[in-house]
Design a protein around this ligand. Structure first.
Ligand code: UD1
Length: 340
């Protein structure tokens, strides 16, 4: 059973490759290394004992995508992570985001519709809900207008998939709407590798803890929450990776009830920014230097998942606590710091 993982050297992609290989599936990775490193392959091999196949090219090269599928006719499933994900950059350079995130999706789907049967997992995001009216957020919560071109590419990606599935009975697809992924593999052999200043909370915390950043700015403490800081649903990346394996298996075993389905992937529990900081201080024993600054434009007050659908239909449930996930992020930060 051969599975293509695009963006398989990235943060969520690499953890998913590990879980796929642990389940005995054969993996081929396509990654252009624009936001990842080939050294991740060594980490995957060290954990699983197996080196996945790897092809380095840019999925925007349509001819290369066509050629790839000609050479790998035995690909049975695709998990599509390859995409750009910096919200701010998407605002300043929208066309880059539409080309990277939408263009590549279309090229891959064009190849899959040529097959009699194909299975496809799409990396979507809770960003499609915007500030939802009700917590926890269920999959049928309304999709709100996107706050950024990045968010729009996730909404459009889901629509492109739904439209394509409607007219392509052989194409089986699932969109997974991730809440806030964090952490690293418990072996500390793979993890998040942010390029430049991290935009996301957890890598900013661990980099501040280890002394790469001087101080964490907490964006606002005047939100209507228990301590005034924003609430998110932080999901451990290994739990998230396992959700991909279960989603893919559902399609491979033809257990899906519709040829396009959507699932939230979160823990179901919301944590404030200050609670995340407390978790870091507890597991690391390091006092974090932070200060409260004004709100970050575009931030929503709270988002956490209703995970009933994934629990009951996929048979998936987050296993790790925030502290365990944070400990793995801290262990990983120390490993990459030691490597320089
Ligand atoms: C961000 C993106 C979202 C994307 C998600 C997953 C924005 C506005 N949204 O969501 O589209 O789907 O990442 O990659 O960028 N925080 C601080 N200080 C920091 C960094 C973050 O206080 O230096 C706070 C934020 O205000 C937020 C929480 O930490 O309350 C989490 O922030 P972040 O990791 O950036 O994720 P999201 O804002 O949820």
């Amino acid at each position: 059973m051969k599975i293509l993982v695009t963006g398989g050297l990235g943060f969520i992609g690499s953890h998913t490759v590990v879980e796929l290989q642990n389940e005995g599936l054969e993996v081929v990775i396509i990654d252009d290394c624009s936001n990842s490193s080939e050294t991740v392959l060594e980490g995957i091999k060290a954990i699983t004992g197996k080196m996945p196949q790897f092809e380095k090219f840019d999925l925007k090269e349509k001819a290369l995508v066509e050629d790839f599928f000609k050479r790998h006719q035995d690909i049975q499933g695709v998990i599509h992570f390859a995409a750009s994900k910096a919200v701010g950059e998407s605002v300043s350079n929208p066309l880059r985001y539409y080309e990277n995130n939408i263009g590549t999706l279309v090229y891959i789907l064009k190849e899959l519709v040529k097959k009699n049967r194909a299975q496809f997992i799409f990396s979507s995001s809770c960003t499609v809900y915007g500030q939802a009216d009700k917590m926890p957020i269920t999959e049928d919560a309304p999709i709100k207008p996107a706050e950024s071109p990045y968010g729009n590419t996730k909404q459009m990606g889901e629509e492109i998939l739904a439209d394509t599935c409607k007219v392509t009975p052989g194409l089986q697809a699932i969109s997974l709407r991730y809440f806030n992924p964090m952490g690293a593999h418990p072996s500390a052999k793979i993890g998040e590798l942010p390029i430049g200043v991290p935009q996301n909370l957890v890598p900013f915390i661990t980099q501040t803890g280890i002394g790469i950043r001087e101080q964490l700015s907490v964006f606002g403490n005047d939100y209507p929450t228990s301590d005034g800081t924003c609430i998110r649903d932080y999901i451990y990346v290994v739990d998230l990776a396992k959700a991909h394996v279960l989603a893919l298996q559902r399609l491979l075993k033809a257990r899906n009830t519709d040829n396009y389905e959507v699932f939230n992937v979160g823990t179901g529990t919301g944590s404030t920014v200050l609670e995340v900081i407390q978790s870091f201080e507890k597991v690391s024993g390091v006092k974090l230097n932070y200060k409260i600054v004004p709100r970050r434009p575009g931030d929503i007050t709270k988002a956490y998942a209703d995970t009933t659908k994934a629990n009951t239909i996929l048979g998936w449930k987050a296993q790790y606590s925030l502290d365990e996930a944070m400990k793995s992020a801290w262990d990983w930060e120390q490993v990459i710091r030691a490597k320089g």
